[in-house]
Ligand binder design. Sequence first.
Ligand code: 6PG
Length: 393
Amino acid sequence: VKAGEAVDEQIRALCEVLQRDDIIIDAGNANFHDTVRRDAELQDSGLRLIGMGISGGEEGARHGPSIMVGGPESSYKRVEKVLTAIAAKYKGEPCCAWMGNDGAGHFVKMIHNGIEYADMQMIAEIYGIMRDGLGMKAQEISKVFAKWNGGQLKSYLIEITGIVLAAQDGRHALVDKVLDRAGQKGTGKWSVIEAQDLSVAATTMESAVAARILSSMKDERKKAAKAYAIRLAKLKVKSRPAMLKQLEGALYAAKVCAYAQGFAVLSKASAEHQWNLPLATIASIWREGCIIRSQFLDKITVAFAKDSGAPNLLLTSYFRKAMRDNHAALRAMVAEAARGGLAVPALAAALTYFDSYRTANGTANLIQAQRDFFGAHTYERVDKPGVFHGGWS
Ligand code: 6PG
């Protein structure tokens, strides 16, 4: 049943025929606020609701998806056997777990999709650098992704990118015939809205959603392309293999930042909604079955299990090393893309997030001074405690 009003209608119809303690499972991409409301509305009837996030697309439907369950734990216990049996398995472990009460399962699925948006956007930007910056053909780029799928980027999305880029339509690559206008059904946008409401910086997801919005403005972009047909510098490429190596490292570093943001949203939401979301478990049930499944998620599982007190993925020991090893590549590629006028919004967002996050002395002192100047918003000082105002004239 499609998320939205149709679910409410279906629940109303089911209420007529179900009995106390029966369980309704909503396995669509519901907005978690609706799940929280529906859970509350069903309380008096004695019916129980499970809001269940499912990921995996058509293949997951046939061979086992990743399942994120929300609702009373006692309800989960009653359906656990069925769900773990149909779930995808990672080395024999079912990719299915109880996330928390009411909307927890749908919230976790929403953030899965937010991360999916960021992942896909960053892959598309790297493809753009190869296509427009290095002048590579789809077939050649396909081979690069296929090769990367044997390394630290190994994942479903990298694998299918290689496959998609290899597909031919007559004498042309099929991907070259696809209109550059991406659709969206809402879960990415919801992730960004929730991140903002929770005061979590989720800039890679934001830029991925914004990129889809800009992609839809094809006619306007064509006009702007004519208005700004400016000659820009060619990418500085000393050796293509070296550049491709840097692109691989850049994508990896950006991916770390995107996942750090996604998990930061989950962590804040967990406290806000008292869900007690199990971060390491979430990473573990995303290792198979779902769209963002990857080897990388196994590293996150281990990192969170090992450094459970770390406030951000970037502060776990494994990913500290990963960022030390790869941030220079991301920096170099974002700089090259900017020089060459290639749009890399999500890669740039990842890099600026990393740089902002690791800056102990930022520039918000000036913002606070401006706020105090024009609006008497007061400020704190670094040299003495208290709240201050004025001193500017
Ligand atoms: C999944 C997918 C699935 C769906 C997305 C696509 O995890 O199986 O994420 O839920 O394909 O909703 O989202 P957009 O249509 O917004 O790209």
